[in-house]
Ligand binder design. Structure first.
Ligand SMILES: [Zn+2]
Length: 263
């Protein structure tokens, strides 16, 4: 069985971390060997990971970052160019600026709706977390230690409620990229409920769609059902939140309320 691009991209992050089963990692390697676009995607991810840790905090001033971003990433296919260190550095800097700086808006050439991209990425990440929990049931580290790690890696205000809210218990937490935004993910579970992943994402520029919102108590999150998953999306100030859970809407509403009221 060969992987298509979407399946390969879904697995790139786990591949980078060496978390895939050997057979699956081999499939990804075969695809990367044959697919330049996915190799470029992987190189961008690696550059982000390598550089995020070296960024000053707060990141570069807006004017500088905007100038770097305006240079754009080198076009796919320009592999010889990518091989030149200064070009690679500029491209990587632009990608990092986009990933960590909410004030750098995506360029007009970027296709698709940013909320839709975020929802899709959230579901993909939730599925990865489910797969990983099947292999290694839960992190042995205490919630505070886990969340502190994620805070350090993302420089995000990871809410205290991600450590557990009401009868929600934290299973694992990680720093991740959702649609090129640095995000914190926390998988929690309540009794008799499916594993549910909550994400917090820098979202100053993100809208909340007017249609498709549901009234739940005093709140009106945007709710979508995709395949066997439900996605709840809402904003608080400059932060956007996602909740990805199972298909049962009554359970989802209760899981949403538990977290929303604790935030
Ligand atoms: Zn591909």
């Amino acid at each position: 069985m060969a992987l298509d691009c979407a399946s390969a991209r879904d697995r790139l992050e786990e591949y980078r971390r060496g978390e895939l089963a050997r057979a699956e990692a081999a499939l990804v390697a075969v695809h990367l060997e044959a697919c330049e676009a996915c190799r470029a995607a992987r190189a961008r991810d690696d550059a982000v990971v390598a550089l995020v840790g070296t960024l000053p905090r707060p990141p570069a001033p807006p004017a500088l970052a905007a100038r770097i971003a305006a240079l754009g990433a080198p076009p796919a296919g320009a592999r010889r160019w990518l091989g030149r260190p200064w070009v690679a550095a500029l491209g990587a800097a632009a990608v990092v600026a986009l990933a960590v700086a909410p004030w750098v808006r995506p360029g007009p050439g970027r296709p698709g709706d940013p909320v839709e991209a975020l929802l899709r990425a959230g579901i993909a990440e939730h599925r990865r977390i489910l797969m990983q929990l099947e292999v290694a049931p839960a992190e042995p580290a205490p919630p505070d230690v886990l969340l502190e790690r994620v805070r350090t890696a993302t420089a995000l205000q990871v809410p205290r409620a991600f450590a557990g809210a009401g009868d929600l218990r934290l299973l694992t937490a990680r720093a991740t990229l959702l649609a090129e935004r640095k995000s914190a993910a926390a998988a929690l579970q309540a009794p008799a409920s499916p594993v549910t992943t909550y994400f917090v994402v820098p979202g100053r520029d993100l809208p909340v769609p007017a249609d498709g919102r549901q009234e739940i108590g005093p709140y009106r999150p945007y709710v979508r059902e995709v395949d066997d998953f439900s996605v709840y999306y809402w904003k608080q100030g400059d932060l956007a939140y996602l909740m990805v859970s199972g298909p049962d809407q009554e359970i989802c509403k209760s899981l949403f309320l538990k977290m929303r009221q604790a935030l």
